[in-house]
Design a protein around this ligand. Structure first.
Ligand SMILES: [Zn+2]
Length: 298
């Protein structure tokens, strides 16, 4: 909504500048043309940047784990953990999205502990269009390989997803209780509206997961494990499409090297960004055009 108003505001400003140009005959046509050129160039730059990322205003990127919550150990980067690599990939992802004209807020920008509730709470408070949580997978015994994208479900689709979600949902109790989810205390009507928002967001999350998974499959030399569903705490209460990307197994003999390498992380971050941008263009942008066309004219 804010983004639409911003765009309308910009167009009104262009209109006003054009009017000023017309109402200033003393300036002469050359002067008017240059004033117009400056106005168009000034206003065109942000419009053009946004043209790369239709439908998207703000994305919240969540690097999994942090602080004492280290995640899985990086088998091929001794002494470092999942938390270090999720941050590195998230930073690259954020840079790609920003370059396409999207505002990005990261849930953490350094190695610090943050509750799962606080992460999605931040996205809700900011009314983000999309929430992407970045993780690396691991198993007790190395073997499984590939990337998968999750969205929320009440129960896990299978035993592997159940084990994964138990690992990802684990966090120190003190941290879990320290932060609120940021959802407003709502009356009954607001509750219903929020439920409808979440229902639509949940349906969209499936599309978002599929588009990210497509891009990951094109970018990763490892198997596509598909779109799956599980009860991730970090996705609960999301008022926007929200996904957990398990971008590869950090303890697999080959994939474990790929996901901690700069080349691997560059390819993965690009794929995640492209999936999010696809979602904005294919799902959100057409809906916004439709909604704008139904605004009554005065
Ligand atoms: Zn994780």
């Amino acid at each position: 909504m804010q983004h639409r108003l911003l765009t309308i505001g910009r167009l009104l400003t262009i209109g006003r500048l054009l009017t000023i140009g017309r109402r200033a005959p003393k300036r002469g046509p050359a002067r008017r043309r240059s004033a117009l050129l400056v106005a168009v160039l000034t206003l065109w730059a942000p419009l053009q940047a946004r043209a790369d990322a239709p439908g998207l205003r703000l994305v919240v990127v969540d690097p999994g784990h942090g602080g004492a919550n280290e995640g899985a150990p990086a088998r091929f980067d001794p002494g470092r953990f999942e938390k270090h690599h999720t941050l590195a990939i998230a930073e690259r992802l954020a840079a790609h999205l920003r370059a396409a004209g999207v505002s990005v807020v990261m849930t953490r920008e350094e190695d610090r502990e943050l509750s799962l509730k606080a992460r999605i709470g931040l996205a809700n408070r900011l009314a983000a269009d999309v929430f992407v949580s970045v993780h690396l997978n691991a198993t007790e015994r190395a073997g499984p390989v590939g990337h998968e994208t999750f969205f929320l479900a009440v129960s896990a689709t299978d035993e592997a997803a159940r084990r994964l979600v138990a690992f990802e949902n684990a966090e120190p109790t003190a941290v879990a209780h320290a932060a609120g989810a940021g959802l407003p205390e709502a009356d009954a009507v607001q509750d219903i509206l929020l439920d409808l928002t979440r229902q639509r967001a949940h349906g969209d999350a499936g599309r978002l997961a599929a588009l990210i998974q497509d891009r990951m499959t094109a970018a990763s030399p490892f198997p596509n494990r598909g779109v799956r569903q599980a009860p991730f705490f970090v996705l609960m209460g999301a008022a926007m499409p929200a996904v957990v990307c398990e971008i590869g197994f950090i303890n697999h003999p080959r994939e474990g090297r790929f996901v901690v390498s700069p080349e691997g992380q560059i390819a993965i971050a690009r794929a995640l960004a492209d999936g999010v941008l696809d979602f904005g263009r294919l799902v959100l942008a057409p809906r916004q055009v439709h909604e704008v066309s139904h605004v009554p004219t005065p």
